[in-house]
Write a protein that binds this ligand. Structure first.
Ligand SMILES: Cc1cc2nc3c(=O)[nH]c(=O)nc-3n(C[C@H](O)[C@H](O)[C@H](O)COP(=O)(O)O)c2cc1C
Length: 429
């Protein structure tokens, strides 16, 4: 949606992927209505263009059935990661909005909300415009918690989940409350949202400041510092565009070892965007709430690094070992017998305490967690591509066995897996 700029006349546009073009299907813009639907998110006050990411559920569900509900958010998270980088190359910054009145936004875009639904909005701030150099604002709002799960017919779970993660237009996030980071919640509490169930939740916790916290420190196993030199992306990010264009999911690894330096560089780029500010990257890209996500690394074949499963402490920049053995076979099994799991040098698991996430964001937490995990996955993909490594996401795994086999704490549900390994010379990635 454009309010009208010198590059893009006012209107509603559909991005046509095949021809990489915009098709204007409405020559006016309902910006004020969009602001209402987004509960007056501050980024919409001065930006002129907003990208709306929508999902057509059936495009994933025909293959993955109910599990498609995860995949569409993981895929969209990858997309957010790519758009963040593309925006950087064009001197824009993305302000991510995940808390909005779903039905209103869908109506504005003529989406039916069932077959296709908006899932994230990205306000595009033009960094050459002084009034668009905006501070990061909150990107997630809570939806209600549905404590009673009704029986769901086979094949209906996806739409049931989506319906239960909606935010209503009258959810109680009023204009004044949205503008003030100190007074977000009173009417949300009246409306019975997740926030109401967490008495200590203050508005500050819903603002943009959601630092990565080191959640686990185990009294056993080795600790390895991952501090390293940042990846170099060329003068004025000259290598970034090429990396975006050439990134592909690797289909087979050689089984050769990764170097420690490569693994540490990938972790650095993914979890420490602030190390890349001087190269021109966004040093604080928007996520929904990274404090909810933990990272575990199963090391199978990394030079000079003992095999085992490690917790990655992002603040301390350390790998803390929680399991000691070799487990190519276990990883092969956990990844549904996919060879990518067996032959990877390292496998990264993004996890979350679902109970804690739901207490904070209601059932909508499920969306935010998967989009954030996908976004992290895209950074891993790009860093791996830049280092000429193979990489592939894996969303198909045996959820119930992961924790036990890798000693990941029981409260952590695995959201997404990224495998990293050496690729054969002939593969593009
Ligand atoms: C969220 C997500 C989950 C994926 N899961 C798997 C998987 O379980 N197995 C697999 O072989 N590839 C998996 N992939 C890789 C996709 O097959 C690949 O991204 C897709 O075919 C598009 O190709 P590209 O990444 O090279 O553009 C996954 C990718 C994403 C983004």
């Amino acid at each position: 949606m454009s309010r009208g700029t010198s590059l893009l006349p006012a209107g509603l546009y559909n991005y046509q992927v095949r021809s990489h073009s915009l098709w204007r299907f409405w020559d006016d813009h309902p910006w004020p209505a969009l602001q209402t639907a987004c509960f007056w998110h501050p980024a919409l006050e001065s930006t002129q263009i907003v990208l709306v990411v929508s999902t057509v559920f059936q495009r994933s569900a025909w293959r993955y059935q109910d599990r498609a509900y995860r995949r569409v958010f993981l895929d969209s998270g990858h997309l957010l990661g790519n758009l963040e980088m593309a925006a950087t190359l064009c001197d824009y910054r993305l302000h991510v909005i995940g808390g909005f009145a779903d039905k209103l936004v869908n109506q504005l875009l003529y989406l039916d909300g069932k077959e296709e639904s908006a899932i994230a909005l990205l306000a595009l701030a033009d960094l050459f415009q002084v009034d668009q150099n905006l501070p990061a604002a909150r990107s997630a709002l809570p939806s209600p918690i549905h404590a009673k799960i009704l029986p769901v017919a086979e094949g209906e779970l996806l739409s049931y989940l989506h319906e239960n993660t909606l935010i209503a237009a009258d959810a109680g996030f009023g204009q004044q409350q949205q503008k003030s980071s100190d007074a977000l919640l009173p009417s949300a509490i009246q409306a019975g949202t997740a926030a109401a169930l967490e008495p200590k939740l203050t508005a500050k916790k819903l603002t943009a400041e959601k630092p990565l916290a080191d959640k686990y420190n185990f009294p056993f196993g080795i600790t390895v510092s991952t501090k390293t030199q940042p990846i170099f992306w060329g003068d004025q990010l000259s290598e970034l565009e090429n990396t975006l264009l050439t990134r592909r999911s690797t289909r087979r690894y050689t089984g050769a070892p990764l170097s420690q330096a490569d693994l540490f560089a990938l972790l650095d780029f993914t979890y420490h965007p602030e190390h890349y500010r001087l190269q021109g990257f966004d040093s604080q890209p928007d996520y929904f709430d990274l404090s909810l996500i933990a990272t575990f690394v199963a090391v199978s074949n990394v030079d000079a690094l003992e095999s085992g499963c490690y917790y990655y402490a992002p603040q301390a920049q350390e790998l803390r070992q929680i399991r000691f053995n070799q487990f190519h076979k276990d990883l092969h099994f956990l990844c549904l017998g996919q060879d990518l799991g067996r032959d990877a040098g390292a496998v990264i698991f993004h996890t979350a305490d679902l109970g804690g996430a739901i207490a904070k964001y209601g059932d909508r937490a499920y969306r935010y967690l998967h989009m954030d995990a996908g976004h992290l996955g895209q950074r891993l993909n790009l860093a791996a591509t830049r280092r000429n490594l193979g990489v592939s996401g894996i969303a198909g795994f045996f959820d119930d066995q992961v924790n036990e086999l890798l000693s990941i704490p029981d409260e952590e549900a695995v959201l997404y897996i990224t495998t990293i390994g050496q690729k054969t010379a002939r593969q593009p990635n």
